[in-house]
Design a binder for this molecule. Structure first.
Ligand SMILES: [Zn+2]
Length: 125
């Protein structure tokens, strides 16, 4: 993820407009997939095959998904599904990025709300 923008200099109205815009450009939420699509080149085990001499078979596409720190799952993806899987993964990243941006804006708006409700008291010494 890139460098986070400093939102503190942007007006509340502009932040609200931006948030509104971010909710409108979301990809379809039903078409997301978390994971990485990887290319693999395999050997078939036949010692007389060209793959035994380094010309491996492939690509075989593989979807790899991290479940938690110690668990990972995945499966091969048939060629006719590769484009769809690629698009859904891209959608996932876009949705995640938008949610992060909306979340940043909301954190900033909450901070302003709090400052408005509780005007600064003079510090006593
Ligand atoms: Zn082979």
């Amino acid at each position: 993820m890139g460098v986070r923008e400093n939102l503190s200099k942007i007006s509340t109205l502009a932040l609200r407009n931006r948030r509104q815009g971010l909710t409108k450009v979301l990809p379809p939420l039903g078409e997301v997939l978390r994971g990485s699509l990887m290319e693999r080149y395999m050997t078939c085990g036949n010692p007389d095959c060209k793959c035994a001499r380094g010309e491996r078979h492939g690509p075989v596409w593989y979807l790899s998904v991290t479940l938690d720190q110690s668990h990972r799952t995945g499966r091969t993806v048939p060629p006719e599904q590769v484009e769809q899987v690629r698009r859904w993964i891209e959608n996932y990243h876009q949705v995640k990025e938008r949610l992060e941006k909306i979340s940043d804006i909301n954190r900033e708006l909450l901070r302003r709300q709090k400052n408005k409700n509780k005007p600064r008291k003079r510090t006593r010494r």
